[in-house]
Design a protein around this ligand. Structure first.
Ligand SMILES: C[N+](C)(C)CCCC[C@H](N)C(=O)O
Ligand SMILES: O=C(O)CCC(=O)C(=O)O
Length: 418
């Protein structure tokens, strides 16, 4: 086993709220002094095998375990212009040309770079902070151990978040506010933009300034209250219990944007429920209900002339690596006929579903307010549930969806998630 020692400080740790704490936000130029280990530390394993190769061990300061690097991984991750196109940020390599027999001929170090000459004559240089933050130990394992840093709330604590209003004028003139908008959505599940002129043009300009509108079956920039061009209760004036949208899409739209541009009537109070808070309550109240609703697949559907959407999944969906709660799919109106449960077991199913629905409907969990002309609201549709009371009179609600992938791409760009 080859051993390489680096004596230095570790790269600065990230401050992003959802970032893995072990990952550097950027590669900080480091003064790393490389000291090769003495003869006794330089070991060569006998019986080298494809899965038990000579690993290059890089000793970093303040860590007990060395960073272990397999030659084939290192050769595959060469970032030279021949192997990697840093304009397209894509690899150039053909994986089948990557030799299993590849071996390190020599290695050296200068500042924070590790240089390698390969047995095939190729030369590579790697930034050591980059190696730390892109390998199993530095990234994947850290992601598995990540703790939740979101701020969940109920109907009382939501008023204590102390969020400064964000004005239309500020949004349209100050690029820096965009990061804050993304931060609030990720941290709290919603954000409001105030003093937006209640016109179609101004609403769409606000929407487009933040992210791309998504084009779904409902169109891009939709309007309700004035038409019934999609056969959904959202287009009518009745009571809508708290729900998430698009439980019937394979990827539910990530964010919802609402702007009530006209209201002349009575009723129509809106409410939001922090589904992640409800999840915590359920876990505490009835852990087996939480476990069940995290596991059992339910089908949801949306049907209108010419369309039939369907998707399967549990109510609580967890991240495949961190196992943290990632998405709530909860819309009791859009449930398909229940076929995923043998009839003998449906009693338990309804009992768990009702336990969850009771928590969702708990008054203490609801953040109540009126959506009124001037306020554009962005809501995390993977976390918050939204609803409204019935109303009489005239109302125009405009809005759009942002896809999860699009919104998270920007949040990552702003350094809020990793
Ligand atoms: C938001 N907008 C009015 C366009 C569509 C509403 C769709 C509501 C539907 N029941 C669902 O849960 O997805
Ligand atoms: O009309 C509203 O305020 C909410 C509509 C709604 O819940 C929906 O369209 O999903």
């Amino acid at each position: 086993m080859s051993i390489l020692k680096f004596k230095s400080i570790l790269p600065k740790l990230s401050s992003g709220i959802l970032r893995n704490t072990l990952l550097p936000t950027k590669i900080v130029p480091l003064k790393i002094l490389c000291k090769y280990s003495s003869g006794s530390n330089l070991q060569t394993q006998e019986n080298e095998h494809y899965d038990r190769p000579k690993l290059l061990n890089v000793h970093l300061p303040n860590t007990s375990e060395p960073l272990k690097l397999h030659p084939i991984w290192l050769r595959d991750h060469c970032r030279c212009p021949e192997c990697y196109n840093d304009v397209t940020c894509q690899r150039n390599n053909d994986i089948l040309k990557l030799s299993d027999q590849i071996a390190i001929s020599t290695y050296s170090q200068s500042d924070d770079l590790l240089h390698i000459c390969w047995s095939d004559g190729h030369k590579s240089s790697y930034s050591i902070p980059w190696l730390v933050s892109n390998t199993y130990d530095g990234k994947y394992k850290a992601l598995q151990e990540e703790t939740d840093r979101l701020t969940t709330w109920d109907g009382t604590t939501v008023n204590l978040l102390g969020l400064e209003p964000i004005s239309h004028q500020r949004l349209m003139s100050d690029d820096k506010i965009l990061r804050e908008i993304y931060r609030r959505v990720i941290q709290y599940g919603f954000v409001k933009i105030e003093q937006v002129p209640p016109t179609k043009l101004d609403t769409s300009a606000v929407i487009e300034r933040i992210c791309r509108m998504s084009h779904t079956v409902f169109g891009k920039f939709w309007e309700t209250g004035t038409n019934f061009d999609h056969k959904d209760t959202g287009y009518l004036n009745g009571y809508l219990e708290a729900h998430t949208d698009n439980t019937y899409f394979t990827e539910a739209q990530g964010l919802l944007v609402f702007h009530c541009t006209h209201f002349d009537g009575t009723g129509c109070e809106s409410f939001l429920v922090d589904g992640f808070h409800v999840a915590k309550q359920l876990k505490q109240l009835d852990p087996s209900a939480y476990g069940y609703l995290s596991k059992v697949n339910m089908e949801s559907e949306y049907i209108e002339p010419g369309e039939h959407f369907s998707s399967w999944g549990p109510i609580f969906r967890h991240h495949p690596v961190s196992h943290k709660l990632e998405q709530i799919r909860f819309n009791m109106l859009d449930r398909s006929p229940l076929s995923s449960i043998p009839q003998e077991e449906v009693g338990t199913h309804y009992r768990y579903l009702k336990t969850m629905a009771t928590l969702v409907k708990k008054k203490e969990n609801e953040y109540r307010f009126r959506l009124s002309p001037g306020t554009v609201m962005i809501i995390d549709n993977w976390r918050l549930l939204h609803g409204r009371e019935s109303y009489q009179g005239e109302r125009v609600l405009r809005g759009c969806y942002y896809s999860r992938s699009d919104f998270m791409s920007k949040a990552r760009h702003y350094g809020i998630i990793s």
